[in-house]
Write a protein that binds this ligand. Structure first.
Ligand code: CP
Ligand code: NVA
Length: 300
């Protein structure tokens, strides 16, 4: 049976632990895995722009001895030129895996349903699981243990926020989410995470006791029309020195990137010694290499 990577909610804590262990090995000893996926090819179907996700998957696959093919919005024109069903069936005859970056989350589910090869969610409007796993791996690297640590997310209750809630829940962390009213994360996600998540409308209240302070853009890809309106609504939720003064001393500053400096985060915060944003970006590649080996590698 092929396995997909669509949501952290589908994973049990042991699987996450195993991915983190393999990630650590991959990061330490690149050459040992130079042939792990030799002869394998993944298709990267991207309906939205990307820097980190595309490059980290392409370079990661190359480092594992495999190959990748980037298929941007103009090439496949998913659902317009061809149905998801037909794309899934066709690519399953050539490739060994598909990474899909799309709008509606149901597109990822549909691709996974019809593909006979593993499908990886490279971001949907609902979630960004590769990001959240790399983020929590980064927290573990920096803070050593995760149990009982508090991550504070301030800003829009978006795809990244949803995945962080699942990731914190599955790894024994607590998460405080501060959003303006009406911009809360998905209620189904909050319900699933039980007592590990607390919602706030006041970022200062949320930031108290934080080991990690995290934010993301106020208008995600596809919400460009709302960007101006959102700038006003989200202003109090900016990560800056004042907000950081309410968190624990030396709390990690995180952002999935791309950042809109001066909006959701100040230069002072993102460039501070507490900031680990480029470690997060680097770890995207190491974590995804582990995911690729788990899903596409030879079964033992
Ligand atoms: N963080 C992230 O997914 O970045 P990209 O949109 O550049 O891939
Ligand atoms: N929430 C952002 C994340 C980008 C990596 C977006 O969906 O655009």
């Amino acid at each position: 049976m092929k396995k997909d990577f669509i949501s952290i909610s589908d994973m049990d804590p042991k699987e996450i632990q195993a991915i983190f262990e393999l990630t650590g090995k991959l990061k330490k000893n690149k050459s040992k895995f130079a042939k792990a996926l030799s002869g394998k090819t993944i298709a990267l179907i991207f309906q939205k722009p990307s820097n980190r996700t595309r490059v980290s998957f392409e370079v990661g696959m190359y480092q594992l001895g495999g190959n990748s093919i980037y298929l941007g919005p103009d090439e496949i024109n998913l659902g317009v030129r061809e149905s998801i069903h037909d794309v899934a069936k066709t690519l399953s005859r050539y490739c060994d895996g598909i990474v899909l970056r799309t709008y509606e989350h149901k597109n990822v589910l549909e691709m996974a349903k019809f593909a006979s090869i593993p499908v990886i969610n490279g971001l949907s409007d609902f979630s960004h699981p590769c990001q959240a796993l790399a983020d929590i791996f980064t927290v573990k690297e920096k803070l050593k243990s995760l149990k009982g640590k508090t991550l504070v997310y301030t800003g829009d209750g978006n795809n990244v926020c949803n995945s962080l809630i699942y990731a914190c829940f599955k790894t024994g962390m607590k998460i405080n989410v501060a959003t303006p009213a009406g911009f809360e994360p998905e209620s189904s996600v909050v319900r699933a995470a039980g007592g590990s998540v607390r919602l706030f409308n006041d970022p200062i209240e949320a930031a108290k006791g934080a080991d990690v302070v995290y934010t993301d853009v106020w208008a995600s890809m596809g919400q460009e029309d709302e960007a101006e309106k959102r700038k006003e609504i989200f202003k109090p939720f900016q990560v800056n020195q004042k907000l950081l003064s309410f968190a624990n001393k030396g709390a990690l500053v995180m952002h999935c990137l791309p950042a809109h400096r001066g909006q959701e985060i100040t230069d002072g915060a993102i460039d501070s010694p507490q900031s680990v944003v480029f470690d997060e970006a680097e770890n995207r590649m190491h974590v995804q290499k582990a995911i690729l080996i788990k899903l596409l590698g030879a079964k033992k």
